[in-house]
Design a protein around this ligand. Structure first.
Ligand SMILES: *[C@@H]1O[C@H](CO)[C@@H](O)[C@H](O)[C@H]1NC(C)=O
Ligand SMILES: *[C@@H]1O[C@H](CO)[C@@H](O)[C@H](O)[C@H]1NC(C)=O
Ligand SMILES: *[C@@H]1O[C@H](CO)[C@@H](O)[C@H](O)[C@H]1NC(C)=O
Ligand SMILES: *[C@@H]1O[C@H](CO)[C@@H](O)[C@H](O)[C@H]1NC(C)=O
Ligand SMILES: *[C@@H]1O[C@H](CO)[C@@H](O)[C@H](O)[C@H]1NC(C)=O
Ligand SMILES: *[C@@H]1O[C@H](CO)[C@@H](O)[C@H](O)[C@H]1NC(C)=O
Ligand SMILES: *[C@@H]1O[C@H](CO)[C@@H](O)[C@H](O)[C@H]1NC(C)=O
Ligand SMILES: *[C@@H]1O[C@H](CO)[C@@H](O)[C@H](O)[C@H]1NC(C)=O
Length: 475
């Protein structure tokens, strides 16, 4: 009777163990959980993911740092520029999706994404009226354009009459949001299509950059919020026809759920006129939420010897060295070159060329931290430097004896950090998920526990059996 009971316990233990192990092997609970998440991370009126995509709750900040030139005369006579970093000049960035329109049975959604920038004095060091001495970008662009033209000397005289040189001073607000340039104004009289205003973010406040069509992720969760069309063109066509375009972009940064460490994440950056990718770097915790950090590998900016994929960025047979991207073609021919701030990860020579460059990984890299389970961005910092290609042009006395330089004007840090409330919600989701995924292991633990009970029962029986026999023998 007792041994029968003990053996039932043993059988139960083995059944539970088998069930537990089967669940681990079949990944039943994981599949259930993943399916649940995949069905929730969809751009659909009513889902949390849609609300976040439409109007991201955590504040996005755009911070600008300018380089103030201290020795313009010496630079014109061929010496190294010495610059002092100023800033941050911080703006809160609002980027809601507007004109949201679902199409094709809700598998795609069209929208525009205007960005508005509001100055944040409390998060800034200095004001928009601070004076910055830097390179005269419109003048350098015009001089490059007419370097070999018979009009060169005429334009040089025009610049002398308005007292414009290679360097000048402007307010932070002017450099960012636009000012009327005397040279451009003069040229505008001959060519009305030329805008007399110039600014690094001119006309970019409150305006959108055209209509996007996104996948909702309803058909395939990996397509969640992925850009299908921009301005009516397919992303794949742009890549082949126009280097100023994106491939597999996700405007802003929302990624599909269930991200693995081996994945390449594509991000579109209109400043770079292309999409770049990031690869897994490390695991970390952001406000208590587990995250994977993805960073663009140095290969992304490598020269063509190291990464032949970057051949698209050699223009007219001229390739730039590692760490630099010539985006002149996307900036109306202005000789603009992008890099990481302080030429982080670029060729050593660019750092050496400018007195005041101190690249630091933690401060100057672009990084994006994603909660791998939900694909939500918990922290991100996009960091880019705007440089101007400067060289001596014989037709223009304004360029003096200047060295050939990649001259840094400013860099930006566009960053976001998950808000406390969203972090708490996400912590809850992650905890629940961990419990669900561990159910099979809890079952296996239970099986082992019952197995131990079985062994104890058997041992006690073995010991008690002789005692039971003794009375039988004595009688
Ligand atoms: C979402 O639903 C709400 C009410 O149900 C409606 O007012 C809103 O227009 C819908 N949004 C879209 C983009 O369809
Ligand atoms: C939308 O769904 C309906 C019925 O399920 C189908 O007949 C139609 O072809 C679908 N349309 C598109 C554009 O997928
Ligand atoms: C951008 O536009 C908004 C609203 O039109 C305005 O409040 C804000 O001051 C503008 N920002 C800049 C930098 O001009
Ligand atoms: C930048 O340099 C110029 C010229 O030396 C100077 O007038 C200006 O005050 C400096 N800007 C700041 C914010 O220190
Ligand atoms: C873009 O995505 C498509 C489909 O997801 C894929 O086939 C293609 O290789 C991707 N392109 C790049 C450049 O990664
Ligand atoms: C590309 O970079 C590598 C390593 O930095 C260097 O050895 C090589 O000379 C560079 N090639 C060109 C064409 O600049
Ligand atoms: C950058 O590209 C433009 C054409 O888009 C070209 O004219 C210029 O020479 C290039 N600059 C450098 C420094 O390679
Ligand atoms: C942005 O990056 C700069 C350095 O590149 C750093 O000083 C600043 O604190 C960063 N801003 C935020 C909000 O993380």
């Amino acid at each position: 009777m007792k041994s029968c009971c003990a053996y039932s316990v043993g059988v139960l233990s083995i059944l539970i163990l088998i069930a537990g192990i089967a669940m681990v092997l079949a990944q039943v609970f994981q599949t259930l959980l993943y399916n649940r998440i995949k069905s929730e991370v969809v751009l659909e009126n009513g889902t949390e993911a849609f609300a976040v995509w439409q109007d991201p709750p955590p504040p996005v900040y755009m911070q600008f740092y300018f380089f103030n030139l201290t020795n313009p005369e010496e630079v014109l006579s061929g010496e190294r520029p010495a610059v002092i970093e100023l800033g941050p000049y911080t703006y809160r960035e609002y980027r809601p999706m507007k004109g949201v329109n679902f199409m094709d049975n809700d598998t795609r959604v069209a929208a525009v994404n205007p960005k508005t920038y509001i100055f944040e004095p409390n998060m800034s060091r200095g004001s928009e009226d601070d004076i910055i001495r830097t390179v005269n970008i419109p003048a350098m662009a015009v001089m490059e354009k007419y370097r070999d033209s018979i009009l060169g000397h005429l334009i040089s005289d025009l610049m002398k009459s308005t007292n414009e040189g290679l360097f000048g001073t402007w307010k932070v607000g002017e450099l960012l949001w636009g000012y009327e340039d005397p040279l451009l104004k003069d040229l505008h009289a001959f060519n009305h299509s030329l805008d007399p205003n110039f600014g690094l973010f001119y006309k970019m406040n409150g305006t959108d950059d055209g209509e996007y069509v996104f996948y909702t992720g309803k058909q395939n969760y990996q397509d969640f919020a992925r850009v299908d069309l921009w301005r009516g063109q397919s992303s794949l066509d742009w890549w082949t026809t126009d280097q100023c375009n994106m491939i597999n972009g996700t405007n802003g940064a929302s990624f599909h759920p269930i991200i693995t460490k081996t994945e390449k994440l594509y991000m579109f950056s209109s400043d770079l006129c292309r999409s770049i990718y990031a690869t897994f770097e490390s695991e970390l915790s952001v406000r208590g939420v587990p995250a994977y950090r993805f960073v663009p590998p140095s290969k992304v900016f490598a020269n063509t010897t190291v990464n032949p994929d970057n051949a698209g960025f050699c223009v007219g047979g001229r390739c730039l060295s590692s760490g630099l991207l010539n985006v002149s073609g996307c900036k109306q021919g202005a000789p603009i070159i992008m890099s990481s701030p302080h030429f982080y990860q670029a060729d050593e020579k660019f750092v050496d060329d400018i007195f005041g460059m101190r690249p630091v990984k933690e401060e100057h890299e672009t990084a994006i931290d994603i909660n791998p389970l939900t694909g939500l961005v918990v922290q991100a910092a996009k960091r880019l430097q705007v440089n101007v290609f400067i060289e001596k042009l014989t037709a223009f006395s304004q360029t003096g004896n200047v060295r050939t330089l990649v001259y840094p004007v400013m860099y930006l840090n566009e960053s976001v950090l998950i808000d406390e409330d969203s972090a708490k919600t996400l912590q809850g989701v992650v905890t629940q998920a961990n419990v669900v995924i561990n159910i099979p292991f809890i079952i296996i633990g239970l099986g082992i526990l019952i197995g131990v009970v079985f062994i104890v029962l058997i041992c006690r029986q073995e010991r008690s059996t002789p005692d039971e026999r003794q009375p039988l023998l004595s009688s």
